[in-house]
Design a protein. Structure first.
Length: 373
């Protein structure tokens, strides 16, 4: 089984259609606004923010828009200052065109890279600084820098104000749907592993992308829940909280989350780590057979692997009940009993490492039960 591979969330077709329509509207509106205003005949910068800012999480648009606007302002300022000292290629003489072009380009490139990394935020540089600087350098026409700044501001304002109003997602519903998807796929995954173990066949699953998406689902759902929770209860003193709520009136207020959803999502996120570890150890153990202690995936089945099948099924039942919000104490006790039986039958260090992922999953379920009212 693979390690922690980052696989982007794949939304359903209906959500993709809504996202595409939202993007098209937020790109078309500022385009026609700038045409009506007369900033330019082809206001491409007004349509770009919709493409570069809008994501599945439309509520992140204000933060991304602010970063982009700062990048545009800094890029315009840097290029204007550089071209004030070094003439652009179009104004250089025929004999000095290559020298002037090289000098001005290198100056714009150096200043743009410096500004991009000086505005480092969120684990990444602000690439809009360099992009704006190079575009203005390549289009060194009178008034173009100001037109690009205005058109970018119109596009950004449209995305921030209009984007969240067009088919806004309910983050709590998204989080609950992600949890249900994880629970169903995890049940199928562990059932397949248990069946292969009981039958003496190789327990590994040969679809790495599917596995990576499985382990990623709880993290994505929990992130959606936490974003909604922060919007519902903004941090800070009461006066600042009221101001923040007034600033977000144009955003859709998330619905009330189902009882216990946050705790179940945290259990899912924790179990995804422990079960991914179990899967990696399972694959490594499956490569080596007990009789000869040599790498032979096609050799006889390891007895410790075969005896692990009932423990995997019991763990799957206990975790599934916990993720549904049901009482799973009896299933957890049975899983722990099978863990002790497997430990007694296979007490070696290698077998303990093999069971570690399942044992940690039991501990996560027990901790979840202790927090329930």
């Amino acid at each position: 089984m693979p390690g922690s591979v980052a696989v982007p969330h794949n939304p359903p077709p209906r959500a993709r259609l809504r996202s595409a329509t939202r993007l098209a509207v937020c790109a078309a509106v500022p385009w026609f606004l700038c045409l009506w205003w007369g900033t330019s005949t082809v206001p491409v910068p007004a349509a770009l923010p919709a493409v570069l800012i809008l994501r599945e999480d439309v509520y992140a648009a204000p933060r991304l828009a602010w970063d982009r606007l700062l990048g545009v302002v800094v890029g315009v300022a840097l290029t204007t200052l550089v071209l004030h000292r070094l003439p652009p290629p179009s104004t250089a003489s025929v004999t000095s065109t290559s020298v002037a072009a090289s000098a001005s380009f290198l100056a714009v490139l150096a200043c743009g890279c410096a500004g991009m990394y000086l505005m480092y935020r969120g684990g990444a540089p602000n690439q809009q600084v360099l992009i704006t600087a190079l575009v203005i350098y390549a289009t060194a026409l009178p008034g173009y820098a100001w037109a690009r700044l205005v058109e970018s501001a119109v596009g950004i304002a449209t995305v921030v104000l209009l984007g969240p109003l067009l088919w806004p997602p309910d983050p709590y519903r998204q989080a609950a749907a992600g949890l249900d998807a994880y629970r169903g796929e995890l049940d199928g995954f562990l059932g397949t592993v248990a069946s292969r173990l009981a039958g003496g066949g190789p327990p590994t699953v040969t679809v790495p992308v599917v596995e990576a998406e499985l382990w990623r689902r709880p993290q994505t759902a929990l992130a959606s829940y936490d974003r909604a929770d922060r919007r519902a209860r903004p941090p800070g003193p009461p006066g600042l909280q009221r101001l923040q709520r007034l600033q977000r009136l144009h955003l859709r207020s998330p619905s009330r989350p189902p009882d216990g959803l946050g705790e179940r999502l945290r259990l899912a996120a924790r179990s995804s780590l422990t079960l991914q570890y179990f899967g990696q150890e399972l694959e490594e153990r499956a490569r080596t057979t007990v009789p000869g202690g040599r790498s032979d995936p096609g050799g006889p089945c390891d007895p410790a692997l075969r005896d692990l099948a009932p423990l995997v099924r019991a763990t799957a039942r206990a975790l599934d009940a916990a993720l549904r919000g049901e009482d799973c104490a009896a299933d957890l006790d049975r899983a722990r009993g099978l863990d002790l039986a497997h430990r007694a039958a296979h007490p070696t260090r290698h077998d303990a490492v093999l069971r570690a992922g399942l044992h940690l999953t039991h501990e996560a379920v027990a901790a979840h039960l202790s927090t329930r009212p």
